[in-house]
Design a protein. Structure first.
Length: 132
């Protein structure tokens, strides 16, 4: 999958969490909608890895469903159901990423970089697998 889209998704997930923390439903709803748009574009643009199609399509479909439910429950003002679907969405994101590598293996994170304005940048993930 496109690395740039995944970086955007990471920011959107953090923004949704921030929305829950500060009680900003419009922020949650907007970010969930952006996630849905991004994942629909990914589904159209990038083909799953050969031999992993079923697992990847299943994970993507479940992720989209949870993002849509998150957005709709947020629009209804149902904090508990929206947060439940956020947690299920996070779980699906992890499962989708795990479909790309051996289950239960963490990639090795690189050191956080300093941005040009002195703020910390996003953590970049190395592609090597860390094994014990």
């Amino acid at each position: 999958l496109s690395h740039e889209v995944m970086k955007d998704q990471r920011v959107r997930m953090q923004t949704i969490l921030d929305g829950f923390a500060i009680g900003d439903f419009s922020l949650i709803e907007r970010s969930a909608g952006d996630m849905i748009d991004d994942m629909e574009e990914v589904a159209k643009t990038y083909r799953p890895e050969r031999g992993k199609e079923a697992a990847q399509w299943r994970a993507m479909a479940e992720m989209l469903e949870q993002a849509e439910l998150l957005k709709s429950q947020t629009a209804k003002g149902d904090y508990v159901q929206a947060y439940t679907h956020f947690n299920l969405l996070v779980r699906q994101c992890v499962e989708c990423h795990q479909s790309q590598r051996a289950w239960g293996v963490f990639p090795k994170p690189e050191k956080e970089s300093e941005g040009g304005n002195g703020k910390r940048g996003a953590v970049e993930m190395k592609t090597e697998i860390v094994r014990k």
